[in-house]
Design a protein around this ligand. Structure first.
Ligand code: PA5
Length: 488
């Protein structure tokens, strides 16, 4: 059963004056068609896909022999080590974490039975907070730990700093051949990480083994590229995940808007944002296991659609496209928030119902769980009820309560959580984000806004090669600190 999309709650007949009308749909029909044709055109042209970082569209269709190779490699490593330490941030972390929580049993790291002889997986290099890595390095046994460093650019400070510390720790604790416990996933040609692995790999081919990343795939769209080894290590059947993604790719390339869930989702949210002012997007899975998938989506939507400039399209002689910043400042993008049912019904839900009416909720519902719980005969309304029934009614109730207050929401239903449906879900959100980028006429595949804090850090840390104009900008715009507004 494929994922079911129910958009009824976004329309005026449920959300009242705040909902989308048939007139709105007619008004935006041309925009939806243009979004589809432009994206479809780009996806057909390899040079455009690589130029614009849209090569991720082909990830569901990777060669089965390549996938088999990774699956075998993952199995071998899993059989040898008790722990895996995965270093990476943003797109080099969030997809892996989402997969881990969705597809592995809850409490995977805590119980050997749940892991089934697979290694514990720890994620680091995704923060500069010194606490977590310190505790981990004090408690893990370096001889029993395999390290994966993931960085597309090979330059990210958080990942780089953690990698250096972890390498030192391995050097001290795992003996001379510590490099054989290190694996890197990075750009095939450029970056500091690439230089390090090439150098070490030349000295000893079993040391600092590595997988090159595909050209033209941006970090946040790369789970089916840089996340593959992690899936293999944990025993997830990669071909099932990719089969789900491939099926969704087909659905999301349907030219008819009302048969194309990603285009429909993007269009309805665009209308709600532009015409009715709904600028907050809350993704609320009614599943503990999908909370990290909602966190992954935060990065996907925020980095892709939060843009200062409208894009300018440049056609090359070959017909391929390149994009640059246009002159028009638009400051686009809805603000994503992740929440989870039923946990956050006792938290953000009060604001969702009675606070400012500026948010659209997307629920993710799961029809069938791997386990269920039946309550004992409590002699009241809960007697002999199933947990899954309570959860489903809570989700229905949340939808009803929002509708009652004229607040838009929609529901995605997964028959169950497995590799196939998770692959579908991830690819749906990637396609919906690409369509939203088209409707906004922006470059949804870069993230220039992320650079400024990095530049500030490089300036303060005196990183060689700092451009004088960036240094001048930092020096020319200090943050004002008036003592009367600092309370001590
Ligand atoms: O989407 C992106 O490209 C970014 O969020 C990156 O994933 C993130 O900045 C990490 O970059 P890298 O993989 O180069 O270390």
């Amino acid at each position: 059963m494929p994922i079911k999309f129910d958009f009824n709650g976004l329309f005026d007949f449920n959300a009242g004056k705040n909902g989308v009308t048939e007139r709105d749909i007619k008004k935006y029909k041309k925009d939806a068609r243009a979004a589809y044709s432009h994206l479809a055109g780009i996806l057909k042209n390899r040079e455009s896909r690589v130029n614009l970082a849209l090569e991720w569209f082909n990830l569901p269709f990777q060669a089965p022999e390549y996938i088999k190779k990774i699956q075998i490699l993952g199995g071998k490593v899993a059989g040898k080590y008790e722990n895996v330490l995965s270093l990476g941030i943003g797109g080099s972390y969030l997809g892996l974490k989402a997969a881990q929580d969705a597809l592995l049993p809850p409490y995977y790291n805590d119980f050997a039975k749940a892991r089934g002889k697979r290694p514990r997986i720890y994620f680091e290099g995704n923060n500069l907070d010194p606490e977590t890595l310190s505790v981990l390095l004090k408690n893990l046994d370096p001889k029993k730990t395999f390290v994966i460093c993931i960085s597309k650019s090979g330059e990210t400070t958080e990942t780089k700093a953690a990698f250096e510390l972890v390498l030192n720790w391995l050097k001290k604790g795992a003996g001379k051949k510590y490099g054989r416990q290190v694996f890197a996933i990075t750009d095939p040609r450029s970056g500091t990480l690439r230089k390090i692995v090439d150098l070490e790999n030349k000295k000893d081919p079993l040391s600092f083994r590595n997988l090159p990343l595909l050209e033209g795939v941006g970090g946040r769209f790369s789970e089916f590229n840089m996340g593959l080894l992690h899936l293999a290590l944990t025993g997830v059947k990669i071909e099932q995940v990719l089969a789900g993604a491939a099926a969704m790719a087909k659905r999301c390339m349907n030219p008819e808007t009302n048969r194309n869930p990603a285009l429909m989702y993007a269009l309805l949210h665009r209308i709600l944002h532009k015409e009715k002012g709904f600028m907050l997007a809350i993704l609320m899975p009614f599943s503990e296991q999908l909370k990290s998938t909602a966190d992954w989506y935060i990065q996907l939507l925020a980095e892709s659609t939060g843009k200062k400039y409208e894009r300018e399209i440049v056609k090359e002689g070959s017909g391929a496209e390149k994009w640059s910043n246009g002159k028009k400042i638009i400051n686009s993008g809805r603000t994503p928030v992740s929440a989870r049912g039923t946990n956050d019904l006792h938290s953000i839900q009060q604001n969702n119902i009675e606070g400012e009416n500026n948010k659209v909720l997307t629920f993710i519902k799961v029809n069938k769980f791997k386990h269920d719980l039946v309550l004992p005969d409590t002699k009241d309304f809960l007697a002999k009820r199933k947990y899954s029934t309570l959860l489903a009614i809570a989700q229905e109730g949340t939808e009803w309560a929002l509708t009652r207050e004229g607040r838009p929401s929609c529901t995605l239903t997964l028959p169950e959580i497995n590799g196939y449906s998770w692959g579908e879900l991830i690819f749906f959100f990637e396609m919906a984000t690409a369509y939203e980028g088209e409707l906004l006429k922006i470059n949804a595949f870069n993230q220039p806004g992320v650079e400024s804090y990095k530049n500030y850090m490089f300036y303060k840390l005196k990183k060689p090669g700092m451009k004088p104009e960036i240094a001048a900008e930092i020096e020319g715009h200090p943050v004002q600190k008036k003592t009367k507004y600092i309370l001590t």
